[in-house]
Write a protein that binds this ligand. Structure first.
Ligand code: SER
Length: 319
């Protein structure tokens, strides 16, 4: 384990910040370098090396990799779905240039292994809505989805053509309480908990019956570590794996919250994010991940609700 030297790019973001801490726990603080274009929270900054770096700056990333003798890169920097619709070209260059930088460094044997997250956004309105299979019609119609689908094609291409050891998961909406997400369509499922504790009510930007695939952060981190630790021959798909834990609507989540906070009220005022959500699957078939590298989730909607409310209360993070 200890021969690994890890770089997390996008380490101040929602997944990146908790992933960095998890990897530091597993591999040692000195073996996990965090980087982002902005500083992260206290725990992240104080527990190990942090470097300011722009994921789209190839020379900057390359010198970080050389200086720290990095073996594995977790590329977590990306612009999420809702923000990407507002600044499409910027989203495209961030999401694609950052990936090409890392794929090319691996092709040139400067690093050994890459983790790159894809998303349920690779699917589109013509994909089967329920239990969306691994392989099916895709046709994403958001900038974010198009960038993730394109990224998947390139990951597979670099594996087939150059033997690049890249591993990827199609994340559903990731729910956590420590670091806020930014600009996603699934963000309501985090805001709702904070508002429930702070105000006792929440206005959802998605309609009552919009089902989306979701996952608690602990499961997302476990999947990331598991796929990266799996022996190479178990990773049969080098594009990206479907991954699933639970699926719910804002109404389902509100009912679950009410079991603990009976006075909680929810209102609905869908905005432009509704259209994005409507183009995505309601639930995902992740048999391939379960079969190939033993994926298993732990958190369902009940456990998630308990963990979110307890976590936010303990950390006093309702804002
Ligand atoms: N959480 C992401 C988003 O909403 C989906 O990958 O954009």
């Amino acid at each position: 384990m200890n021969s690994k030297k890890i770089l997390v790019i996008g380490a101040a973001g929602q997944i990146g910040s908790e992933l960095t801490m998890k990897l530091r726990g597993l591999f040692g603080n000195d073996n996990v370098i965090a980087s982002d274009i902005k500083n992260g929270g206290e725990e992240l900054m104080n527990s190990g090396t942090f470097e300011i770096a722009d994921a789209t700056d190839k020379a900057g990333i390359e010198s970080l990799i050389e200086n720290h003798k990095i073996t594995d890169v977790y590329l977590m920097a990306a612009m999420l779905s809702a923000t990407a619709e507002k600044i499409p070209m910027k989203a495209w260059s961030l999401n694609m240039d950052s990936l090409f930088n890392i794929l090319n460094l691996a092709k040139d044997k400067k690093i050994e292994r890459i983790f790159w997250p894809s998303s349920i956004a690779v699917f589109g309105p013509r994909s089967p809505k329920e239990n969306t299979p691994q392989t099916t019609i895709m046709e994403p119609n958001t900038v974010y989805g198009i960038s993730k689908q394109t990224g998947e094609r390139w990951c597979e291409y670099y594996f087939n053509k150059y033997g690049v050891d890249v591993r990827s998961i199609r994340f559903p909406g990731i729910i956590s309480y420590k670091t806020l997400p930014g600009g996603g369509t699934t963000d309501y499922a985090i805001e709702i908990f904070r508002s429930a504790l702070k105000d006792g009510c929440y206005t959802s930007f998605l309609s009552e019956n919009t089902a989306l695939p979701m996952m608690f952060m602990d499961d997302a981190l476990k999947a990331t570590v598991d796929i990266m630790q799996a022996p190479s021959e178990k990773i049969k798909l080098r594009s990206s794996y479907n991954l699933s834990a639970m699926s719910f609507t804002p109404n389902d989540l509100a009912s679950e919250i009410r079991k603990q906070l009976p006075e909680f009220e929810i209102r609905y005022n869908p905005d432009s994010r509704q259209q994005i959500a409507d183009s995505w699957p309601g639930s995902i078939d992740d048999n391939e991940a379960r079969k190939d590298w033993g994926w298993k989730h732990e958190f369902d909607i009940k456990k998630l609700t308990r963990a979110m409310l307890d976590g936010l209360k303990t950390e006093k993070l309702t804002f």
